[in-house]
Design a protein around this ligand. Structure first.
Ligand code: ADP
Length: 506
């Protein structure tokens, strides 16, 4: 085995909270060979057999909830409430796919579309990609690892997970749990940094990636060269549009939670806000008041902090630079704006900015910090134009008491999911596709049947109900047979009597 290890540090105080091996490409290849060998047996178990294992696994996760969320907290310093929410959502998702996988993966028999094909019986069947590679980021590491792996396992694939080098502990522990329940050896963790992830891309048959657009492009390019599919969930710059008739109390509470949940380190967090002029000042007043009460620190359930630190000093530098860039171009810091003291870790103050515009990084680039830049707009049309003026298109929200208008605005937004009078709720709704537009990604996660079918190759099996010795389309091509077939086809395809019956020339 490798003698290279990665130390995992707490973002709250930089203390070492654990370490993992960093796997070489050769070790990744060996791990994948191992699960690839086991995969046919796993597939043969059938959906019911696999579901039983997933249900036992859910129970193991429930029985180890404190240990798992403890590790997750140690490596992310997120509040206990959010660590538990990650686990709860993962378990809910396992239940959802356990309940529905059989129906989602069942054979289908679409009918032939024309008289000519009526005599054929079609079966669409689904076979898993043998090995699915799941590469995860550091912001919600446990949820993403489990939410991407569970449907793949249920589909019959073997799964290799490469967790972020910043947050591998909880993921590695839960994959150990799969072994502890004695389940077939089709689920493995290969910790390491970018090079280990690249090795997974070389070995797997399907890549499910969540992370930066920059890395997603590299992975997508390599996957294309290998002719394997990839599903990429990348960055976001989610816009919130507050119309003049919105419930400002709910909208301002949502802006603060949606923008600062997980210290703003969520791909679907509120990253920028557009507010109609007549309610702008009142909205800013309420948001500021609420942001002021957001408590920064660590939270083990007993202490009372709402947001923890950013994941690393690199992330702290990005957020600081973006706020400074906005200020240098004329933005006003209404509250926050700086590193939070005295904790000493990568903490940043809850920050509200006004007077922002699209020349500023904070309105254009993903921030991933507890920041809410708020921009005054003349009307909904301007808000929509600005919301769409972004390379990203993950999700968005619209706020209005007129829900019909909310839906109309939603349809005009270039985003994979739009919440009306809500934030983040698309993530809790497993039948909803989570699919980024533009530079936010390709492919999707969740989305009901699509969320599990994507891990399968479709196969069409066509049977002839009638089997004469010869078929009209087969050799030999004689003029008489040709004329007859052409007449029949014309009759079938044309939609008016003249063309249906036009005299056949040659
Ligand atoms: P960030 O820069 O925010 O950490 P990344 O997109 O670089 O986000 O990382 C997301 C995941 O992708 C991590 O698990 C990381 O180790 C992995 N990764 C980074 N570079 C590569 C690569 N070239 N190929 C495969 N995985 C990679």
């Amino acid at each position: 085995m490798t003698d290279t290890r990665i130390d995992v540090r707490s973002p709250a105080d930089a203390s070492i909270v654990g370490s993992v091996a960093s796997l070489s490409a050769t070790e990744v290849a060996a791990a994948v060979t191992g699960i690839r060998t086991e995969q046919p047996g796993w597939e043969t178990l059938g959906i019911r057999g696999r579901r039983e294992w997933l249900e036992r696994y859910r129970d193991w996760l429930l029985d180890h909830d404190d240990e798992v969320t403890g590790l997750l907290q140690a490596e992310t310093s997120k509040p206990l409430q959010e660590a538990r929410l990650e686990l709860a959502m993962s378990l809910d998702l396992i239940n959802y796919y356990c309940k529905n996988a059989e129906a989602f993966l069942a054979d289908e028999h679409p009918r032939g579309h024309s008289v000519i094909t009526k005599s054929k019986r079609l079966t669409i069947t689904r076979h898993p990609y043998p090995v699915v590679g799941v590469i995860t980021p550091w912001n919600v590491p446990l949820l993403i690892a489990l939410a991407d792996s569970a449907p793949a396992l249920l589909a019959g694939a073997a799964v290799v997970v490469k967790p972020s080098e910043l947050t591998p502990l909880a993921t590695q522990r839960v994959i150990d749990g799969w072994q502890e329940i004695g389940a077939p050896g089709v689920f493995v963790c290969t910790p390491g940094a970018g090079a280990t992830g690249a090795a997974v891309v070389e070995e797997a048959d399907f890549i499910q990636f969540t992370g930066s657009t920059r890395t997603g492009i590299r992975i997508g390019r390599r996957a294309a060269e290998r002719l394997i599919p990839s599903s990429l969930e990348l960055g976001g710059k989610d816009a919130m549009i507050v119309l003049a008739d919105a419930d400002l109390e709910r909208a301002s509470n949502a802006a603060v939670w949606g923008g600062m949940f997980n210290s703003g380190q969520a791909c679907v967090s509120v990253e920028r806000v557009y507010v109609e002029a007549s309610v702008h000042d009142e909205f800013v007043r309420r948001v500021t008041q609420k942001a002021w009460t957001v408590r920064v620190g660590t939270n083990d359930g007993a202490s009372k902090a709402d947001i923890g630190p950013l994941i690393s000093s690199t992330q702290l530098a990005i957020v600081t630079t973006q706020v400074q860039d906005a200020v240098s171009k004329g933005a006003t810091v209404v509250t926050g704006g700086e590193r939070a003291q005295p904790q000493g870790g990568a903490f940043f103050q809850p920050t509200v900015l006004t007077g922002v515009d699209h020349t500023m990084q904070v309105m254009q680039e993903e921030t991933f910090g507890p920041t809410l830049p708020i921009m005054k707009v003349a009307n909904a049309t301007e808000a929509i134009r600005l919301a769409n003026d972004s390379p990203y298109g993950l999700s968005a929200s619209v706020w209005t008491r007129n829900t019909e208008r909310g839906r109309e605005v939603a349809r005009r937004l270039e985003a994979g999911a739009v919440n009306v009078n809500d934030v983040l709720s698309n993530l809790f709704l497993f039948p909803a596709p989570h699919a980024g537009w533009k530079k936010s990604g390709t492919g999707e996660r969740l989305g009901g049947a699509a969320g599990i079918r994507k891990y399968c190759r479709e196969q069409a099996i066509i049977e002839s109900r009638i089997t004469p010795h010869d078929e009209p389309l087969w050799f030999p091509y004689t003029p008489g047979k040709h004329r007859l077939i052409w007449r029949l086809l014309r009759f079938m395809i044309a939609r008016d009597a003249n063309r249906k019956l036009r005299k056949f020339g040659r």
